[in-house]
Design a binder for this molecule. Structure first.
Ligand SMILES: Cc1cc2nc3c(=O)[nH]c(=O)nc-3n(C[C@H](O)[C@H](O)[C@H](O)COP(=O)(O)OP(=O)(O)OC[C@H]3O[C@@H](n4cnc5c(N)ncnc54)[C@H](O)[C@@H]3O)c2cc1C
Length: 435
């Protein structure tokens, strides 16, 4: 397959696709496709699925191919609600059929190598895809052994549940919670910044406490933190006190909260100052960096994250590769699904400007709201608007803020409404990715 044909096809899969396209000629999206440029999207999560859908709708003449190993997508958002007993795995699992119906060519394989110079990507299965523009949204990788003893095998015993994958990490953690002995200790190890979803660990603490309050009220949660402060801290701590009494103990870095070693056999967390803590259940969220495909392609800097042009998300290290979602250096923007979705649209617009002849947005704005559930009908949020600067991103002053604080007796309506807004956010963003 040559690039001159301006289609995105696998070299090995060409014959198969001819046969397939004959069967799908009635799909208007496919009839319009493949005429003007090839957009390849690697990673079918919050950034990638949003980008593929947005491109297909707004640039019908551009062919869009999405590469994603999982045949359905399990979201991290709302995964904590499974721990709280409020959602099932099926509630947070999404099919790629909607994208296919729009004319996105979805290939379930893993991108193994990027040839930035030659504009092609080799898949684990051996196929090679040519592209004009590449959107890369592969998410995070966990830094195995950054906490001594915490490797992939250890994560089967002390789950991280910090990526969706096939859903097995979150369901294992839920099963372990159900099996926790009466009055048992749940230990959590929480990383320093930057990491995926700054409020996520604290929503998780809340949802675990929500479950334990009913099922095992004498159990304890020890939350060992590698930092001294966290997102929505006052709001979370008020909620914990109001809803869960003294069930939760948060241990900041300055009080020896940094976990340096874990021992899954003896069920131990070992802190910076050598203190050993026995836990009946361990949830270890290790330090993170950009997923392997981005680092292996030489796109990341020493931090392990990918520096990008803040207006186009084009990687500083390679032309025509736009890196969105958690994998890039986006600070002070949080590594959130909302930001991945919001920035996906700017990246697509910038990537396709040349091909489509339509201008990129010269003054892009990135939105974020992170909702968290702290209990039943108890939602809190943080919101902000970000803009590009000459060398990065900045939060627009007074553009957002956190939910109002105050005793639950005065705040119950607000908390109930925010829980409902959170549900509406989840429904609308997953529609904007997969429908
Ligand atoms: C517990 C928890 C709760 C959260 N709650 C919220 C929330 O309430 N709101 C919010 O906005 N955000 C939330 N987040 C954060 C959100 O999940 C991430 O910020 C978001 O998923 C980032 O999108 P992404 O596209 O970068 O990565 P992902 O959504 O993880 O997608 C990456 C995809 O790339 C695929 N991939 C990886 N490598 C390759 C490869 N080599 N080839 C092909 N495909 C590949 C993966 O299989 C994956 O499907 C939460 C996170 C966690 C852990």
């Amino acid at each position: 397959m040559t690039r001159q044909t301006r289609t995105t096809l696998t070299r090995r899969g060409f014959g198969t696709l001819i046969a397939a396209s004959a069967a799908t000629l009635a799909t208007p999206g496919l009839l319009r496709a493949n005429t003007n440029g090839r957009l390849l999207v690697v990673g079918g999560g919050f950034g990638g699925a949003s980008a593929a859908r947005f491109a297909r709708i707004n640039y019908p003449d551009v062919s869009v191919t999405l590469v994603e190993p999982q045949t359905s997508f399990v979201t991290c958002p709302y995964g904590n609600l499974i721990l709280g007993g409020r959602k099932q795995l099926s509630d947070i699992t999404h099919s790629y059929d909607g994208l296919r119906a729009r004319g996105v060519q979805v290939i379930h394989d893993r991108a193994q190598e990027i040839d930035a110079e030659g504009h092609r990507v080799t898949l684990a299965g051996g196929d090679v895809l040519d592209y004009d523009k590449l959107i890369l949204s592969p998410g995070i990788a966990l830094r195995w052994n950054a906490i001594e003893g915490y490797d992939e095998a250890a994560s089967e015993v002390f789950p991280h549940a910090w990526w969706g994958g096939d859903g097995s990490q979150i369901t294992t953690l839920r099963a372990q919670l159900e099996a926790l002995p009466e009055g048992g200790v749940v230990g959590m190890a929480i990383p320093d910044n930057p990491f995926r979803c700054p409020p996520g660990p604290y929503e998780r603490i809340s949802m675990i406490a929500h479950h334990l309050k009913q099922a095992n009220p004498t159990a304890k949660i020890l939350a060992f933190d590698s930092k001294d402060g966290f997102a929505k801290q006052g709001l979370f701590q008020d909620a914990w006190e109001e809803l869960y009494g003294d069930m939760i103990e948060w241990i900041p870095a300055s009080q020896d909260g940094r976990i340096m070693r874990v021992d899954t056999e003896n069920k131990l967390f070992v802190s910076e100052f050598g203190e050993e803590h026995h836990v009946d259940l361990g949830n270890v969220i290790p330090p993170q960096y950009a997923a392997g495909i981005a680092r292996d392609a030489g796109l990341a800097n020493d931090s392990g994250w990918v520096p990008v042009n803040p207006r186009s998300f084009e990687a500083e290290a390679a032309r025509d590769i736009h890196v969105i979602g958690d994998a890039n250096v986006g600070a002070p923007m949080p590594k959130s699904g909302y930001i991945a979705n919001s920035t996906a649209k700017t990246a697509v617009t910038a990537a396709l400007a040349e091909i489509s002849g339509r201008p990129a947005w010269d003054d892009p704005v990135y939105f974020n709201t992170c909702y968290s559930h702290a209990g039943e009908d108890y939602g809190i949020s943080v919101a902000a608007i970000f803009r590009p600067t000459d060398d990065g991103f900045e939060a627009t002053p007074d553009s957002g803020g956190v939910s109002p604080s105050g005793p639950l007796s005065e705040m119950s309506r607000n908390r109930r409404l925010e829980a409902r807004y959170a549900d509406a956010w989840y429904a609308s963003i997953t529609d904007d990715m997969f429908s």
